[in-house]
Ligand binder design. Structure first.
Ligand code: ADP
Length: 311
C-alpha cells in the first residue's frame, strides 16, 4: 500500500469569469469546489490507476468534513487526524483568457498535541505500507524541519519515502541525518534550493545533482515539463524523453509524477520502469482539464512512447 500525506490540505474553489473587474461585484455561476492540496492530487491519481492508497494528514471544521466526504464519495480510503482549527479554502479566479488570480489562505495553526496524534495515525498506516509520499507546504505551528521528523520516525522501517516539497522544508529534510528515498523538484525548485543557475539546455544537470546536499538520497527526479526529466539514481544519470502531447491543463502534473514514482516503487519495478510510470502519469494529468486526474485507458500507449537513456 501507498500512504499519502497532506499536512496542509484545502478546499480549492475555482471561479471562471470572462473578465475580472476589480473594485466591483463579479458574479459567477460555474463554481467548482474540490478537495485540494498536492498530496490529495497524488492520492487521487494513484486511486484512478487502481492501486491501493490511503490518504492522511490534518483536517478540521466543515471544510475538513467536506474533504472527507469528497474522498469517500470517490471510494478513496482516508484516515486524517482531527484538528481544532478550520481547514482552509484556496481560491483560483480564472479570467481574461487563461489568466489566473489566486487567493491562498494560510490555513489553521496546529498544536503540539494535534501533531502527536497525527504521528500515531501516520505510524500505524506506515506499518502496512511500502511507500509514503509527503507532499506540499506545512501548516502554521509546524516547524519547517517537520518532514525531517517524519523521516526519522520511519528510520527503522523499510518504507520508501518520496518527499515533494520546496524551499526551506526541502532543504532541512535534505540536511537531516535520515534522508528521503526520492525527491522530485522541478527546475525552478532546484534553482531555489541550490541558489544556482540551471542552464536552459540542461547541460549542467549532472554537476548540479552531484551537489553534496543530495548525498544519501538514492533517487532525484528533476521534472522539466514538456522536456521530460533528468534523473540521478544511485551513482547513475538518466535523461527521460517524452512524446509531444495535446496539453489541456498541466497544473498538478508534478503531483501526478509523484504518484507514478510511488506506484512504480511500490510495485518494485526496475528504475527505467519507475521513471516511465512517473512521466506517463505526469503527461496524462496534463492531458485532462481537471487537476490531479488521469485517464487510465491511455496509460499503455503513452508509457510505450517514453524513452529512458542512461548517460
Ligand atoms: P511541476 O508540476 O512540479 O512543475 P512539471 O511541470 O515538470 O512539474 O511536470 C511534471 C511532468 O508532467 C513532466 O515531467 C511531464 O512528464 C509532464 N508534463 C507537464 N507539462 C507537460 C507538457 N506541457 N507537455 C508534456 N508533458 C508535460
Amino acid at each position: 500500500m501507498i500512504v499519502s500525506v497532506t499536512m496542509n490540505p484545502s478546499v480549492d474553489i475555482s471561479y471562471p469569469l470572462s473578465t475580472l473587474i476589480l473594485d466591483d461585484v463579479n458574479r459567477c455561476d460555474k463554481v467548482r469546489k474540490t478537495a485540494g492540496g498536492k498530496g490529495l492530487n497524488v492520492t487521487r491519481v494513484i486511486h484512478q490507476m487502481e492501486e491501493e492508497v490511503i490518504s492522511t494528514g490534518l483536517l478540521g471544521g466543515v471544510l475538513g468534513e467536506f474533504i472527507r466526504e469528497n474522498l469517500s464519495s470517490e471510494g478513496i480510503k482516508h484516515d486524517f487526524s482531527n484538528i481544532q482549527g478550520d481547514t482552509r479554502n484556496c481560491i483560483a479566479i480564472l479570467h481574461d483568457n487563461h489568466k489566473q488570480t489566486e487567493i491562498l489562505e494560510a490555513g489553521p495553526t496546529i498544536s503540539i498535541e494535534e501533531l502527536s496524534s497525527f504521528e500515531e495515525t501516520f505510524l500505524t498506516l506506515a506499518a502496512s505500507s511500502d511507500v509514503a509520499t509527503l507532499s506540499g507546504s506545512l501548516p502554521k505551528g509546524v516547524s519547517k524541519d517537520y518532514y525531517s521528523r517524519l523521516l526519522s520516525l520511519l528510520s527503522t522501517t523499510d518504507i520508501k519515502v518520496i518527499l515533494d516539497t520546496s524551499g526551506e522544508s526541502l532543504k532541512l529534510a535534505l540536511e537531516s541525518s535520515v534522508k528521503p528515498y526520492a525527491i522530485k523538484p522541478n527546475s525552478d525548485e532546484l534553482q531555489t534550493l541550490l541558489g544556482e543557475e540551471v542552464s536552459a539546455d540542461y547541460t549542467n544537470f549532472s554537476d548540479i545533482l552531484s551537489h553534496s546536499l543530495f548525498d544519501g538520497v538514492p533517487l532525484i527526479m528533476v521534472s522539466l515539463g514538456k522536456d521530460g526529466a533528468f534523473v540521478k539514481f544511485d551513482e547513475s544519470f538518466y535523461r527521460v524523453e517524452i512524446p509531444s502531447i495535446p496539453v489541456k491543463n498541466p497544473v498538478g502534473s508534478g503531483d501526478s509524477t509523484v504518484a507514478g514514482l510511488a506506484i512504480g516503487l511500490s510495485k518494485r519495478k526496475s528504475i527505467e520502469e519507475v521513471l516511465k510510470y512517473a512521466m506517463t502519469l505526469g503527461m496524462l494529468n496534463a492531458m485532462e482539464d481537471t487537476t490531479g486526474c488521469v485517464d487510465k485507458t491511455k496509460f499503455d500507449d503513452l508509457f510505450n512512447q517514453v524513452s529512458v537513456y542512461k548517460l
